[in-house]
Design a protein around this ligand. Structure first.
Ligand code: FES
Length: 74
């Protein structure tokens, strides 16, 4: 699928940019050395980013048991 007609960005291009750290549609364009032109692709690229985020393994939680449950008085 072609997401961006102005810059000929296909799904594989978008996914490569996401794997390289793109978290916004503008990041995807920047990754490939392009600029947003008409902007019609932004929603579909954002959707691709959201889908990738849902498939990604969850980040380790910063919450420790002590942070979740107050320490018992000693
Ligand atoms: S379709 Fe992507 S900038 Fe126009």
């Amino acid at each position: 699928m072609i997401h961006c007609l102005c810059n000929n960005l296909r799904t594989s291009c978008v996914r490569r940019a996401i794997e390289a750290g793109a978290r916004r549609p503008q990041d995807v364009h920047r990754h490939h050395g392009h600029r947003v032109n008409c902007g019609r692709c932004l929603a579909s690229i954002a959707e691709e980013i959201s889908e990738a985020a849902l498939k990604a393994p969850a980040a380790p939680s910063l919450a420790t048991p002590e942070a979740v449950m107050p320490l018992a008085a000693k």
